[in-house]
Design a protein around this ligand. Structure first.
Ligand code: GLA
Length: 399
C-alpha cells in the first residue's frame, strides 16, 4: 500500500476528520561541506527516503502530534509558547510551529500523524525532512500561502533556535527544492540555485557507518565559531570580508593574517571547498564523472585533515569504496563525526560494491553497515491520496 494511503488509514484510527498528507525528502550532499554557514556553495540532492505528515485542523489552538517511528505522542498549546517539548522529535515539529507563530503567522490547531524512513542520526537530514514536511502541513492546514525559500528559512530558524544546532540553510533548502535526477547547486549567500543533471549511468550509494552523529552538535557549533573567528580577523585586514566566502587562499597565507594554526586550517578547508564546488559543477555539466569523483576525494581529505570532522569509521568506509571497480568518487557527507559516506557508483557495479563494502567494513569493525541507494528525487509537496484498493465512486454516467 502506498505510504499516503497507509498514513490516512492510521490517521482515521486515532483522529477525526479527513487528513491531507505532505512529504519532504532527506538529502545527500555530493560536495560543498561545512560551507553553507560561511555563505558558500553546496551541491546536495534530495533522496527518496522521506518524512510524511498527515494533518487535519482542530477547532482549538492545540497541536497534537503522534510519531509512528517513536510510538510517542506529544502536544502543545499554541497560545502558551514557547512550547515544552519532551521528545527529541517533537522539538522539530513544535519548533517550526513556534517560529511561524513568532513571525506573526497565526496557525490553526491541528492533529498530526508522522512517519519517516530517513535513517535517524545518519547524516541524511531526517531533521530537515521532518521540519519541512511539518512546515508544509501546518501552513496548508492554516491556509497560509508561503514561498519555498521563506519556508526553508523558517525551518532552519526552528533548528537554530529551538534545537540549538547552528546549522546552515542547505538541508532545508534542498528538501524544498530538490529535483528528479539532478543535483542542486546553491549559493548560500544569495540563495540563487541551479539544477545540474546527474548522468543516468550512476547511482548514489550511501554507506552508513552506524556511528550516530547525534552528540556532535557541540563540535558542529565549535567549527562554526572557529570560522567566525577567522572571518573577524580577516575582515580587519581586507575590505569587504563578511564571511569566508569573500576570502582567497592567498588571503589566508599573507603574514599579516596571522591566524592561529587551527583556525587557519578550518578556513583553508572552507575556502578550498568552495573552489571545489565550482569545479565540480563544471565537471558535472561536461559529464566528467572521473573529475567529479577526484574532487570528492579531495573534499574528504580536507574534511579529515583540515576541518577534522571525519572519524576512523568514515575514513575506512571511504578507503574501502575507493578501491572498487565502478566507483567514481567517495567521501563523507553531512556534518560528520559518523553517519554516512556518499559514493558515486556506476549502475552495473552497485551490487558488487554493496557486497564488498559490507564485507570489508564488517570484518574491520564488527559492525554491519546499512547501504542505501537512491537516485536524486523530488523536493517537498502534498501527496495525493489514491487508494487503489477502494472501489471508485459511482459517477452519474455509470449509474
Ligand atoms: C549539517 C547541517 C548543514 C551543513 C552540513 C555540513 O548537515 O545541517 O547545514 O552545515 O552539516 O555541510
Amino acid at each position: 500500500m502506498d505510504r499516503a494511503v497507509e498514513l490516512k488509514k492510521a490517521f482515521a484510527g486515532i483522529y477525526p476528520g479527513e487528513p491531507r498528507v505532505f512529504r519532504a525528502p532527506g538529502r545527500v550532499n555530493l560536495i560543498g561541506e561545512h560551507t553553507d554557514y560561511n555563505d558558500g556553495f553546496v551541491m546536495p540532492c534530495a533522496i527518496a527516503a522521506s518524512t510524511w505528515v498527515a494533518i487535519a485542523p482542530r477547532p482549538d489552538r492545540r497541536l497534537v502530534a503522534y510519531s509512528q517511528d517513536f510510538s510517542a505522542h506529544a502536544e502543545i498549546d499554541l497560545d502558551d509558547p514557547p512550547p515544552g517539548a519532551e521528545h527529541h522529535w517533537s522539538r522539530y515539529v513544535f519548533g517550526v510551529a513556534w517560529v511561524l507563530e513568532s513571525a506573526g503567522h497565526r496557525l490553526r490547531g491541528a492533529n498530526l500523524l508522522i512517519k519517516g524512513d530517513v535513517p535517524i542520526g545518519a547524516g541524511l537530514s531526517s531533521s530537515a525532512a521532518l521540519e519541512v514536511a511539518t512546515g508544509c502541513a501546518l501552513l496548508a492546514a492554516s491556509e497560509i500561502r508561503m514561498g519555498r525559500v521563506e519556508l526553508a528559512k523558517f525551518c532552519q530558524r526552528a533548528e537554530n533556535q529551538f534545537v540549538g544546532t547552528r546549522c546552515g540553510i542547505m538541508d532545508q533548502f534542498v528538501s524544498c527544492f530538490g529535483a528528479v535526477d539532478s543535483a542542486l547547486m546553491l549559493d548560500c549567500r544569495t540563495l540563487e540555485h541551479q539544477l545540474v543533471r546527474i548522468p543516468p549511468n550512476v547511482t548514489l550509494a550511501m554507506c552508513n557507518t552506524m556511528v550516530k552523529h547525534e552528540l556532535a552538535s557541540g563540535e558542529y557549533n565549535k567549527r562554526r565559531e572557529e570560522c567566525e573567528r577567522g572571518t573577524r580577523t580577516l575582515a580587519k585586514k581586507k575590505d569587504g570580508v563578511r564571511a569566508l566566502r569573500d576570502v582567497t587562499l592567498e588571503d589566508l597565507t599573507r603574514p599579516e593574517a596571522d591566524l592561529p594554526e587551527v583556525v587557519y586550517r578550518r578556513c583553508r578547508h572552507v575556502v578550498s571547498e568552495n573552489a571545489r564546488v565550482a569545479q565540480a559543477v563544471e565537471a558535472l555539466h561536461k559529464g566528467d564523472l572521473a573529475r567529479f569523483g577526484a574532487l570528492m576525494g579531495e573534499s574528504h581529505a580536507s574534511l579529515r585533515d583540515d576541518y577534522e570532522v571525519s572519524c576512523s569509521e568514515l575514513d575506512l568506509m571511504v578507503d574501502l569504496a575507493r578501491q572498487l571497480p565502478g566507483v567514481y568518487g567517495a567521501r563523507m557527507t553531512g556534518g560528520g563525526f559518523g553517519g554516512c559516506t556518499i559514493n558515486l557508483v556506476r549502475n552495473d557495479c552497485v551490487e558488487k560494491f554493496k557486497e564488498a563494502v559490507s564485507r570489508g567494513y564488517a570484518a574491520a569493525t564488527g559492525k554491519v553497515p546499512e547501504i542505501y541507494t537512491s537516485t536524486a528525487g523530488e523536493g517537498a509537496g502534498e501527496v495525493s491520496i489514491v487508494d487503489r484498493a477502494e472501489p471508485a465512486p459511482a459517477t452519474s454516467e455509470a449509474a
